[in-house]
Design a protein around this ligand. Sequence first.
Ligand code: MLT
Length: 402
Amino acid sequence: MATINQNFLKLQNNYLFSTIAKKVNNYKALYPETDIISLGIGDVTLPLPEVCVKALHDATCEMADQKTFHGYGAEQGYPFLRNKIATFDYHGLDIAPEEIFVSDGAKCDVARIVQLFGTDNVVAIPDPVYPVYIDTNVMAGRSGDFNPEKQQFEKIVYLPMTLENGFVPQLPGQDVDLIYLCSPNNPTGIAMTKEELTRWVNYAVGHEAIILFDSAYEAFIQDDNVPHSIYEIPKAKQVAIEFRSFSKTAGFTGLRCGYTVIPKDIQIDSVRLIDLYQRLITTQFNGACYLSQRAAAALYCAEGISQVNDNISYYLNNCKIIRNALTSLGITCFGGDNSPYIWLKIPNGMKSWNFFDTLLETCHVVGTPGAGFGPRGEGFFRFTAFNTLENTIKAMDRLKNL
Ligand code: MLT
């Protein structure tokens, strides 16, 4: 008789953004005329940069001609893209193209990577957090049981991100083996400084731990003291795996392309993680789409960089509009300087899912309840800056009805 992976039964609720989509769809079914504005899931609205569109057309023509057609590509990505990433994104950081694995997106990589590690590893995860880190470790059997009172899994070490610590995860009081860090952070929008990241790298070196560093929002960094890569920190190449994505940088949420960096220096018990990952992806993955990789590679030129910068500035301007509107309503908010997310303190002690319902019903605006990101997200709420300028202004105007 077949049995199921019992760990799946420990997962709490549905995936956060599916729950939100369902609630919004239910509301739309009841009130089909309502014009709902979503500042919920971090999905982009600007079209692809022109350089990508041209590259897609060219690549499509190649695929239409037998002489230039591409079938399976290398599982780790085409050299034309890996070389560009190494040269441009890791300029001066001595990351080799062979240490870069191109994929169908950072979310998929974050989910895949957990297979490399033993189920007995103690995992430290910030709270609140992008739910994929918790859920994938639950599925893998690393979480222990869920404690409904604490709203936490027993074996996971939660790293509180609170008002008091400025939403920056602090070193744990116990030994941990795997550490998730996300900077600029989803959901709080706060980015870690060089000093803060250095503390974590030193901890990982001292405890022989591995840092899983999610850098999907790197392109939004504006401050000089915020590192663009964890490899700017000395010794990080011994302990850190970095995930990046073209989704938010260049509007690839629908096209799909991201990458993971695994330095060859990272070893556990004399086994190189890069070799394990190579084995994993050759078994489980047939390489990212050729068209997506051509589109991504096209970004690495003066024109592409300028088009990406324009998009980032557009979204950061939306952040400013959201922050100004909230502040003028007397609502305290954080983030949005180095990231596309604004994290706000819900006024009057309202619970975050209640605030979600109120906002939807009163203002027809969708955001993401903080509690969906973990127990310490309760009392907070997230807005994204990824909608259009017009809709962002309209949504903020509607908040006056609250
Ligand atoms: C989010 O809204 O947190 C992100 O869009 C989710 C994702 O990137 O998968």
